[in-house]
Design a protein around this ligand. Structure first.
Ligand SMILES: Cc1cc2nc3c(=O)[nH]c(=O)nc-3n(C[C@H](O)[C@H](O)[C@H](O)COP(=O)(O)OP(=O)(O)OC[C@H]3O[C@@H](n4cnc5c(N)ncnc54)[C@H](O)[C@@H]3O)c2cc1C
Length: 395
């Protein structure tokens, strides 16, 4: 007989988002029993371990800045806050800053965004090209007119972040069930249970769909639509023959970015020249020679020392891309059902926002409203009314 599990809250997908939500729910002491359904504890195909781990406060949408501020502080004290969790991995927060660089075309927007960030308490320095070069002499591209440097930002090890949340949640009593949700049973007002590929069923009173790039097909199982698709993003790790000064995570208007990683550098550039979907093989098709033909010349044009680099490896990850505006969708999403919520469509910001979003999901599940940062502008209503809330400037 397949097992039947009964729980108060069931979370679909135990990546960084589902695990952060589980942690904050369990930490509240008010959530009852919590189950996370996750098919793959190696997280081989999940987005989180493939991410660059960047945590930054440079955004144009106020809620994104507010979420980053909470998350940044959370990550900075992660190892202390969770010190009592056995086998807690070190998320290795590296406080080396972020540097956004723009040409004349992007100057006005960068100034506007910096002003909003500063008004929300972010230390964000607007610096002209000479100052960029003074702080980071390896950068040399004379169409750059302005930079915005946020020295308090940095990056974490994303896989350790995921496992940190997961271990903390498990320590607080959250049960991870190995399985893939293949069907969802609901009636005209409530979701009742999940069916797993093993035949097991999970009955709950409240559900959270945090299945990353797989979120939309799961939403369809209760008749709901989410405009979220998988987008392949390829990253690269290279070593450089020359030393560079300690670099922040550097990003320009094209979306090209790099940061130090171990004894080399990690980076890449998102492209929308490919169709949405999962890409299995990055060594044929669109991404064949992508580094040599596209990424390397761009990197070397920004940092001449990168003329002498050696590519070590490339890998693919898949963003959950919100096709409306590239920002997340949070909260209720199924018109008929008020006991299922989501946080999805992070389009490249999910690691840095996981602490804030995990906390927000916990607030919604426990009280039905936001208790800390008001994220209602990021709910599904903007999809139904076709009013995008995109990031303006560097995304
Ligand atoms: C190349 C790249 C670089 C990035 N860089 C950054 C960065 O610098 N900073 C940043 O903040 N973000 C970055 N991101 C984005 C970030 O990685 C994601 O936003 C974040 O990891 C999303 O977490 P998640 O938990 O929503 O999704 P996932 O990690 O994908 O987790 C979803 C989970 O759902 C599970 N699942 C799927 N289907 C089912 C099912 N049917 N039943 C049950 N479970 C299911 C999956 O197994 C998976 O474990 C980057 C992403 C990529 C690809």
């Amino acid at each position: 007989m397949p097992k039947h599990i009964k729980t108060d809250i069931a979370i679909i997908g135990g990546g960084i988002m589902g695990s952060a939500a589980a942690y904050f729910l369990a930490r509240s002491g008010q959530a009852g029993t919590i189950c996370v359904i996750e098919p793959d504890s190696s997280y081989q195909f999940a987005t989180t371990p493939q991410g660059a781990g960047g945590v930054r406060q440079q955004f144009s949408v106020a809620e994104n800045i507010q979420m980053s501020r909470f998350s940044l502080e959370f990550y900075k004290s992660f190892n202390d806050q969770l010190a009592d969790i056995p086998d807690l991995p070190d998320i290795n927060f590296t406080e080396q800053g972020y540097l956004f660089l723009v040409t004349k075309d992007g100057e006005e927007t960068l100034r506007r965004n910096q002003s909003l960030q500063a008004s929300l308490g972010v230390k964000a320095d607007l610096i002209d090209y000479d100052e960029v070069r003074r702080r980071f002499p390896s950068i040399e591209r004379d169409d750059i007119v302005l930079g915005c440097h946020t020295p308090d930002d940095g990056w974490i090890d994303p896989n350790a972040g995921l496992w940190g949340f997961r271990r903390a949640a498990e320590h607080l009593g959250v049960h991870y069930v190995k399985g893939r949700v293949t069907d969802i049973h609901s009636d005209s007002t409530k979701v009742h249970s999940l069916v797993l590929d093993s035949g097991e069923t999970v009955e709950a009173t409240f559900f959270i769909n945090t299945a990353g790039p797989w979120v939309a097909p799961l939403a369809k199982m209760t008749g709901a639509e989410l405009p979220v698709v998988p987008m392949c993003r390829v990253q690269h790790f290279w070593k450089c023959a020359h030393d560079l000064e300690p670099m922040p995570l550097v990003k320009d208007e094209s979306g090209m970015f790099f940061r130090p990683e171990g004894d080399g550098f990690a980076g890449g550039r998102p492209t929308f020249d490919i169709a949405p979907g999962f890409v299995d093989d990055i060594y044929s098709g669109f991404f064949a020679n992508y580094f040599e033909d596209t990424i390397w010349p761009m990197m070397a044009a920004l940092v001449p020392k990168f003329e002498d680099l050696k590519l070590q490896r490339s890998w693919a990850g898949h963003y959950a891309q919100n096709t409306l505006d590239g920002n997340m969708i949070i909260g209720k999403y199924s018109a008929a059902h008020d006991n299922i919520i989501t946080a999805c469509g992070f389009s490249g910001h999910g690691i840095m926002h996981a602490p804030a979003v995990g906390r927000a999901l916990s607030e919604l599940a426990l009280t039905g409203t936001y208790q800390t940062i008001d994220l209602s502008r990021l709910e599904i209503a903007r999809v139904h009314t076709n009013t995008p809330l995109p990031e303006v400037g560097i995304k």
